[in-house]
Design a protein around this ligand. Structure first.
Ligand code: C2O
Ligand code: CU
Ligand code: CU
Length: 438
């Protein structure tokens, strides 16, 4: 990172030997480690990434949640980088880019779930203007994978793809149950990313005091005291942990995310992190001499509240699953407004600069976490009830047979990008649409 705010790096995507859960495995990775390198940025920075594709399949790069241009070699999910080739990406963050935790991952339609499940992901932190005093910062990238006894990525069945695959290992920074240590009174900032392809994470750290600084994009005006945090695939949490003496376990509790429906032979509800006590993610041990408590977190300036702004257009996006109509597939259709993804079609055209209100409606029996690139969504109504905290998310879970209302300000950029379900098997199966701002 140079003094004038430019960051330059190469990400080389390859299949090879990596350490997973402390053992030798053969998986995908950026630059040989899983997760890939963490990028620390500031508003106004320019990020140049050379993506090298050493895979057998096409890939590309997406900077999830960053408010950057979708045009050209920017955050363009419609680009393809063929095997053996490379591409130079350039991302310019606006001077008022919200702080927060973001991430990068491949986005080549048809390969997204396999490539992320296989190990391609990494964290991006956009630093605050005024840092919060903490004892320590941690980035926790939570992912899941299934490995064969020989340490290779396990095959995934058609049924698992329909449900959204969940790996049987849940990893934190590529490790199983890492040990984290602190002294009582220390304040840690945990930036948690749900990089799982289909697994929802209901996180708890019983015995410790948790405050949520923000979700996805930006920060709340004041931190919210929480007991648990629910992250759909793609969501991130910016957490403050004030350490209290004892040993606490970071767990992912079971989450009911609906079912595939009787017609496809789906048996019973689908639960992320099955088992009564859920998956153990990490162990946090707090011991030793107490340290003095730090000063309170200063109030954060929040950007606009779209609830009080005029709306230029209202739209509805309907997320549906149905029996496949394609010739002899027997597969399920995953559609938005009745259509499955076609990169050559523009599904939604918006006027740049306007504020829109979107109703995200899910008519199926399973949850769909809905993600929009480039522009964060302000959640204004969930299950018919208004949302009172000002919350900006780029992934909003829409539970089975319900709807969520959001407002979006189509600021700063024009061009084409996408929205889709962040259960990446659903995205690969067609639950994605093209949006153009002009
Ligand atoms: Cu995290 Cu369109 O992706
Ligand atoms: Cu994204
Ligand atoms: Cu979905």
């Amino acid at each position: 990172r140079s003094a004038d705010g430019r960051l330059q790096l190469t990400l080389s995507a390859a299949l090879g030997k990596v350490k997973i859960a402390g053992k030798d495995a053969t998986a995908l990775s950026y630059n040989g480690s899983l997760p890939g390198p963490t990028l620390f940025l500031r508003a106004g920075d320019r990020l140049n990434v050379t993506l090298e594709n050493r895979l057998r399949d096409p890939t590309n790069l997406h900077v999830h949640g960053l408010h950057v241009s979708p045009q050209g070699n920017g955050d363009n999910p419609l680009l393809s980088v063929g095997p053996g080739t490379s591409l130079d990406y350039e991302y310019q963050l606006p001077a008022d880019h919200p702080p927060g935790v973001y991430w990068y991952h491949p986005h080549h339609h048809g390969f997204v779930a396999d490539q992320i499940f296989g190990g391609l992901y990494g964290a991006i932190v956009v630093q605050d203007d005024q840092p919060i005093p903490t004892s320590r910062e941690r980035v926790l990238v939570i992912s899941d994978i299934s490995l064969t006894p020989g340490g290779r990525i396990a095959a995934v069945s058609v049924m698992e793809k329909m449900m959204g695959r969940e790996g049987n290992l849940v990893l934190v920074n590529g490790q199983l149950n890492p040990r984290l240590a602190a002294r009582p009174g220390e304040r840690e900032r945990w930036r948690v990313i749900n990089a799982c392809t289909g697994r929802h994470l209901k996180l708890r750290l019983d015995g410790q005091s948790l405050q949520l600084l923000g979700l996805d994009s930006g920060r709340f005006r004041v931190p919210a005291k929480v007991d648990e945090v629910l992250l759909a695939p793609g969501n991130r949490a910016d957490l403050l942990v004030t350490a209290q003496t004892g040993t606490a376990v970071l767990r992912a509790l079971p989450v009911d995310r609906g079912s595939i429906g009787p017609m496809m032979g789906g048996n019973g509800p689908l639960r992320s992190s099955a088992g009564r006590s859920g998956a153990v993610l990490a162990t946090f041990t707090v011991a030793g001499a107490p340290v003095a408590t730090l000063v309170p977190v200063p109030e954060q300036q929040v950007p606009r509240d779209l609830r009080s702004e005029p709306v230029a257009a209202r739209r509805e996006l309907v997320f549906a699953m149905g029996m496949g109509m394609g010739p002899g597939t027997g597969m399920m259709d995953f559609t938005i407004n009745g259509k499955s993804f076609d990169p050559a079609r523009v599904d939604t055209t918006v006027s740049a600069g306007g504020v829109e209100e979107w109703t995200l409606r899910n008519t199926s029996l399973m949850d769909h976490p809905v993600h929009l690139h480039v522009w964060p969504m302000q959640v204004i109504e969930q299950a018919g009830l208004p949302v009172d905290t000002l919350r900006w998310q780029d992934v909003v879970n829409v539970p089975a047979r319900s709807s969520v209302r959001v407002r979006i300000a189509f600021d700063d950029f024009t061009g084409k990008t996408v929205y889709h379900c962040h259960i990446l098997d659903h995205e690969d199966a067609g639950m994605m649409g093209v949006i153009e701002a002009r």
